[in-house]
Design a protein around this ligand. Structure first.
Ligand code: WT7
Length: 656
């Protein structure tokens, strides 16, 4: 952490109340009702969650202990037996929802498919049996590297059904990034597809899997399960690779859900941290089920008449909690779209909303900023009147982008929920409840019931109103991560030690700077550690630096975020070459390509500046705040007294 003080410059005074009509029909109907629930939950969080767990979920066996908190290790609902696939599917089959649309899927190439709860249940059971046939057992890790097709959700639910731990890897990650994650998770099986459609081209997923596991690079992987999506020829390795449509033949569609212990691992999902390789964030069964369920219900205010669409990819936590588990656990209709706005159809999102009469729409600020750039013409030529509620996630939303979203997409009638959370939190933590909490553009507003956040300084002392500080959470919640896969020490260090415990009370450190205003509204400002947020995706500077240094021409590299209008931040890399190498345009291009092949296209540096040396403190720490100022072309006004060699700065500037 480099910032000694965190200053907020945003002064936003507009306030938007939900309409009386919206509030009356909402699950939580007024600010008073929210406050009542919030206060009751804060007085006894464990009792609050236990009550909901009892009312909202199906249990094979009830827990004996609601909360066992021995920081940083936590157990929720210990002694309970539950299965999230059962809660997402089976329990709806005994109701009228059996024949309700569970999953609506729209492919980028115009294919589409709708699965009812009964049909989705059948597919999941069959898939689960196929996994068993391949020798997958409870506790085994399964990699999922898929396009946005129904089989991605089916594979996740099938793993959960038999107690296998899924590790979804975003389909945009490179073979190298996939390999690292499969190795770390010791996956036995990889589920993939021949390819997926993305911006009118085929993403060759199976080829990437072949590359990732070639030459025994991932010894734990014995089988690859391939779904046919795009149909181009792909090599199949006999004995190792299996087509899903072949395996499916003659596989029974009966498969009971495995009763899981509350704290059995449900999935591992990798995310970037400020140091070293990506962390495998571990989530467990019961707490995650309850937390994704409750947040979906109250925040997206889901009713049986809703068609709910979250535009994330299942490769991110947003896809896990708010495309698959949360909506299905609630018996809602969730929409999955394979495509992205592309030159051949910039308005494709609005087509999807019109075609399926989407009522609740959840997307990212970076997407909204790109819609603004494309022009109002695209949404204005589609019928968006079905929409009743909008959401955003991923980074702070600029008030003007919020206003555009409200006016152009929401027709000035839809509340907006700006939802702050993280891979680690499992679900949304700070957000408006749309029928209850008036919104202020740019603020995530108030904490979800049962969540006790605060703003503190580095010693853990609470900040005053409107004073910037570090965002922390004071009490455990059911959806919180349990550990870093295979590295409990890293879990402790990354989240529980930055802010020292006071009177033995540990606080969760989120890594974000924020302030709380006089109404208790939270204004999140962004990361305070060495994490860059590019288009709502977290990238650790260390990972990109390591990728650069793995190129033979590079001796040292430092990467910083540079403000970007659409993406929020762009990647700016300072590179020191090995003695005999000369800077050139070609080399810069080659290095960018190298980062793409090491991590994936989302990590491509927008700019590479060759330098002779980097600004360092006398103790040898790279002074990133100086590099950040240089990257954004700002004058360096902050203190440079700890800099070892001041002439380095002038040279770096000349490089511009
Ligand atoms: C980081 C977490 C959680 C799903 C998407 C990203 C930033 C996320 C907001 C928001 C301000 C936000 C934070 C956070 N962030 N939502 N509404 N307002 N900042 O998940 O990759 O784990 O990233 O995204 O900086 O720490 P993630």
């Amino acid at each position: 952490m480099s910032q000694p003080t965190i200053e907020s410059v945003l002064q936003e005074r507009r306030l938007f109340e939900p309409s009386a009509e919206f509030s009356q029909a909402a699950h939580i109907k007024s600010l008073e009702e929210y406050k009542q629930i919030y206060d009751r939950a804060a007085a006894d969080p464990a009792a609050f969650w236990a009550d909901l767990a009892d009312k909202e979920l199906h249990w094979f066996e009830k827990w004996h202990t609601v909360l066992d908190w021995q920081p940083p290790s936590v157990k929720w609902f210990d002694g309970g037996k539950i299965n999230i696939s059962y809660n997402c599917l089976d329990r709806h089959l005994t109701t009228w929802r059996k024949n309700k649309a569970a999953l609506i899927w729209e492919g980028e190439n115009g294919d589409s498919r709708t699965l009812t709860y009964a049909q989705l249940h059948r597919e999941v059971c069959q898939f689960a049996n196929a996994l068993k046939q391949l020798g997958i057992k409870k506790g085994d890790r399964v990699g999922i590297y898929m396009p946005m097709i129904p089989e991605a959700a089916i594979a996740m639910l099938a793993c959960a059904r038999i107690g296998a731990v899924h590790g979804v890897v975003f389909g945009g990650f490179s073979a190298e990034a996939l390999r690292d994650r499969l190795v770390d998770a010791e996956a036995k099986l990889v589920i993939t597809a021949d390819g997926g459609w993305r911006k009118d081209v085929i993403v060759p997923l199976k080829d990437q899997v072949d590359k990732a596991i070639a030459n025994g690079a991932v010894p734990s992987v014995t089988d690859v399960l391939v779904v046919k999506r795009t149909g181009q020829h792909i090599p199949m390795s006999a004995g190792r690779d299996h087509w899903w449509h072949d395996l499916q033949q003659g596989v029974s569609a009966k498969c009971e859900a495995e009763p899981m212990e509350s704290e059995d691992m449900l999935f591992v999902l990798y995310t970037s941290g400020s140091t070293g390789k990506p962390k495998g964030v571990v989530h467990t069964t019961a707490g995650y089920n309850l937390y994704s369920h409750m947040t979906t219900k109250w925040i997206f205010d889901l009713k049986d008449t809703d068609v709910y669409w979250c535009t994330a990819d299942v490769g991110w936590i947003t896809g896990h909690s708010y495309i698959v588990y949360g909506p299905l656990s609630n018996g809602a209709t969730t929409l999955m779209y394979e495509g992205a706005p592309r030159a051949s159809n910039l308005g494709c999102f609005w087509d999807v909303i019109e075609k399926y009469q989407v009522t609740v729409f959840y997307t990212a600020p970076t997407a909204i900023r790109s819609f603004i750039k494309m022009g109002e013409h695209h949404p204005n030529t589609r019928d968006l009147t079905s929409l009743r509620l909008l959401g955003t996630v991923g980074e702070p939303i600029n008030p003007e982008a919020w206003m555009w979203y409200h006016r152009v997409i929401g027709g000035s009638r839809c509340p907006i929920v700006d939802t702050w959370w993280q891979t680690e939190t499992g679900g949304i933590m700070i957000t408006a409840l749309p029928g209850a909490i008036p919104t202020k553009p740019g603020s995530a507003t108030l904490p979800f019931p049962g969540i006790i956040p605060d703003i503190v300084d580095l010693d853990g002392n609470p900040a005053n109103d409107n004073e910037g500080g570090y965002l922390v959470v004071r009490h455990p919640w059911p959806g919180m991560m349990r550990t870093v896969y295979g590295d409990p020490e890293r879990f402790r260090k990354s989240y529980w030690e930055h802010i020292p415990p006071k009177d033995g009370k540990y606080v969760y450190f989120a890594g974000d700077g924020a302030r709380k205003d006089e109404d208790g509204y939270y204004w999140v400002m962004g990361r305070v550690d060495d994490v860059i947020n590019v288009a709502g995706h977290r990238l650790g500077t260390m990972e990109i630096e390591s990728a650069l240094v793995s190129h033979p021409a590079v001796a040292e590299a430092a990467v910083v975020g540079k403000p970007d209008e659409v993406k929020g931040e762009d990647i700016f890399a300072f590179v020191i070459l090995e003695g005999d190498r000369q800077p050139s345009e070609e080399l810069a291009k080659e290095l960018k390509k190298h980062v793409v092949s090491e991590i994936g296209a989302i990590a491509r540096p927008s700019e590479i500046r060759f330098a002779e040396a980097l600004p360092k403190t006398r103790s040898g720490k790279i002074m990133r705040r100086l590099l950040r100022s240089l990257a954004s072309g700002q004058e360096i006004t902050s203190d440079t007294s700890t800099l070892e060699d001041r002439s380095i700065l002038d040279k770096l500037r000349e490089g511009a």
